[in-house]
Design a binder for this molecule. Structure first.
Ligand SMILES: Nc1nc2c(ncn2[C@@H]2O[C@H](COP(=O)(O)OP(=O)(O)OP(=O)(O)O)[C@@H](O)[C@H]2O)c(=O)[nH]1
Ligand SMILES: [Mg+2]
Length: 205
């Protein structure tokens, strides 16, 4: 797939404010600071269409982006949208605020009919986190297809990547879903993620 153009559409908290579109949608979920917004920028080949920060808690709303794409094989052109979700598990905000963000995310998965897939980002340096397992269970419950991106792979030795990914696959209880190592910094693993997105999106165009 080739991305022709992309634009930021809007931010929302409640379903009534979601982007009113029937395009297939792919959302990015993961703990705060794991690299969701950075990955969106890299996949879209944009410097900062999604806002990035080295401080956790940057993305506080649900952000919608519209993407125009073309496939080489079928010469098909169409649209899909990306959704940048607020990160979960950020310790330095109040309990109430954290609960509100969590609710925002759960409501999105529950209500969003055109959601065709989710990229769950985890930090390749860390052991499987209970919060990620909760997220994964939720996606299983709502029957949303998902894939895991084990990101920041540039931060560990190349020789360790395969073993770490296998461990994560087991510990996150992926039950046959795929997991890809990737690095937005080094632009590795992008092809795998984009191919998965293409498969999810093509059916709906
Ligand atoms: N080394 C390395 N750093 C990365 C990578 N991806 C993201 N980062 C850095 O991680 C930090 C957080 O990135 P963001 O994209 O803002 O993370 P986020 O998941 O959107 O965070 P929230 O919006 O707070 O939920 C930034 O300093 C990025 O530059 C990566 O693949 N490798
Ligand atoms: Mg973000």
């Amino acid at each position: 797939m080739r991305i022709i153009e992309s634009k930021f559409v809007k931010s929302a908290v409640q379903p009534k404010d979601y982007y009113p579109t029937s395009f297939a949608e792919i959302a990015f979920a993961g703990k705060s600071n794991v690299g969701k917004s950075t990955l969106i920028n890299k996949l879209l080949n944009r410097k900062s269409i999604a806002k990035v920060s080295n401080k956790p808690g940057k993305t506080r709303l649900i952000n919608f982006f519209e993407v125009r794409f073309k496939t080489d094989e079928a010469d098909l052109e169409g649209f899909f949208s990306f959704v940048d979700l607020p990160g979960y598990g950020y310790a330095k905000v109040s309990k109430d605020k954290r609960a509100a963000w969590d609710k925002m995310i759960v409501t999105f998965f529950e209500k969003r009919q055109q959601l065709k897939g989710v990229i769950v980002l985890v930090d390749i340096r860390h052991k499987a986190d209970p919060k990620d397992i909760i997220m994964i269970n939720m996606l299983k419950t709502f029957n949303v297809p998902f894939v895991v991106a084990a990101t920041k792979a540039d931060k560990i030795a190349k020789s360790k990547v395969n073993a770490v990914v296998l461990n994560l696959k087991q510990d996150l209880i992926l039950e046959g879903r795929q997991i890809f190592a990737c690095s937005s910094l080094k632009k590795t693993g992008m092809e795998n993620i984009l191919n998965w997105i293409t498969e999810r999106v093509i059916d709906f165009n």
